[in-house]
Design a protein around this ligand. Structure first.
Ligand SMILES: *Cc1c(COP(=O)(O)O)cnc(C)c1O
Length: 354
């Protein structure tokens, strides 16, 4: 029996993508070969990489605007240092909205001065800071669009005259934004785009080549751009499966189509969190994420009953991160609305039984 998977990452992908990618493991494009055994330089795989890069830029509406899409390895965590390696000459500005931002800051400090422009640490990151000053002499501003662990999301991005760098790991392709405001976007695939193993990097080429330090080849965006993400063996299966998901997003009406569904799911989920007297939401109302809803039981004594009901309803992955506790329902693009309905019904059932 297929479960309702609210896992925060790796996460649910479209069922059609699971089917098609498993077929490609057995026989890719009727070639008599598995996708896992063909050369990454073969015509068939080069076509996959090109389509993935093309679809990423098309969906973000960044075609012909000086951007390149790369599929790299090392996860978003490698981007924490790679962004700084390539862009930080003297000083960078960072907005600290949670665990992932804090980790990005730690890595950037290895390369230069870091000015934390604002932080929501004072309230265990349950909100997004607003109205802060951004130093005009910083090499870039780094932010995290969606805070996977705390369930907050930036709704309005700061307007800046310096390059804007954003970790979009957990909400890429989930909502419309003016992506041309950003100069560097990165996202580990496993939250909303594909399996673990690849990281999408979308970079505006004209911000590169400005730091004076030498950059090791594997960490140099320009090297990867020069080789079209084929400097070394790319993670072929992760790229292929991500490409299938990007095709699926396009079929669903692109990001705008997906956003509509995501907003419906989030409205359903938060509606119940707010209505049900047994629960309370964690994140500040205006900063709530449409991807990860964090909430708690007001009465810890109901924990076992709630979790038993959830288990009986085939719900998976709702335990909150250890730094927040409680529950987290991750409602990524591929999660059907029906799964949210099942969870909401479990919450209602708890109210009846409690
Ligand atoms: C999960 C996550 C990361 C870390 O990604 P890895 O690919 O595991 O390195 C970074 N940033 C955000 C916002 C995340 O959700």
């Amino acid at each position: 029996m297929k479960k309702h998977n609210f896992s925060a990452g790796p996460c649910i992908l479209p069922q059609s993508v699971f089917k098609e990618s498993s077929q490609a493991i057995l026989d890719f494009n009727h070639s008599g070969l598995s996708i896992l055994e063909i050369s990454h330089r073969s015509k068939d795989f080069v076509a996959v990489m090109e389509e993935a890069q093309h679809l990423a830029l098309e969906l973000l509406r960044l075609e012909d605007k000086g951007y390149k899409a790369l599929f790299l390895q090392g996860g978003a965590s490698t981007q924490f240092l790679m962004a700084a390696y390539n862009l930080l000459e003297k000083k960078a500005a960072y907005l600290n909205t949670g665990t992932w931002s804090s980790k990005a800051i730690k890595e950037a400090k290895l390369f230069g001065e870091v000015e934390e422009v604002a932080s929501s640490k004072d309230k265990n990151f349950n909100y997004i800071p607003k109205n802060y000053n951004i130093p005009a002499d910083a090499d870039y501003l780094h932010c995290t669009s969606n805070n996977t662990i705390f369930g907050t999301q930036i709704k309005e991005f700061p307007s800046v005259n310096i390059p804007l760098v954003c970790d979009m790991s957990s909400d890429i392709f989930s909502r419309e934004l003016d992506f041309s405001k950003f100069d560097l976007i990165y996202a580990g695939a496993q939250k909303n785009m594909g399996p673990a193993g690849t990281t999408l990097v979308v970079v505006k080429e004209d911000i590169l080549g400005k730091v004076s330090r030498q950059i090791p080849s594997m960490l140099d965006y320009q090297v990867h751009i020069g080789k079209d993400s084929m400097f070394n063996t790319p993670p072929v299966f992760a790229v292929y499966t991500s490409m299938l998901t990007l095709r699926w997003i396009k079929e669903k009406g692109g990001i705008a189509g997906i956003q509509k569904l995501n907003e419906e799911k989030a409205a359903l989920m938060y509606g119940e969190i707010d209505r049900n007297p047994l629960f309370e939401g964690f994140a500040a109302l205006e900063d709530r994420s449409i991807m990860n809803a964090t909430f708690n039981l007001k009465d810890e004594k109901l924990k076992d009953l709630f979790e038993d009901l959830a288990k009986a309803a085939h719900i998976n992955g709702i335990n909150g991160h250890r730094s927040v506790g409680g529950y987290r329902a991750s409602m990524y693009n591929a999660l059907p609305k029906e799964s949210v309905e099942v969870l909401v019904n479990v919450m209602k059932e708890l109210e009846t039984q409690a």
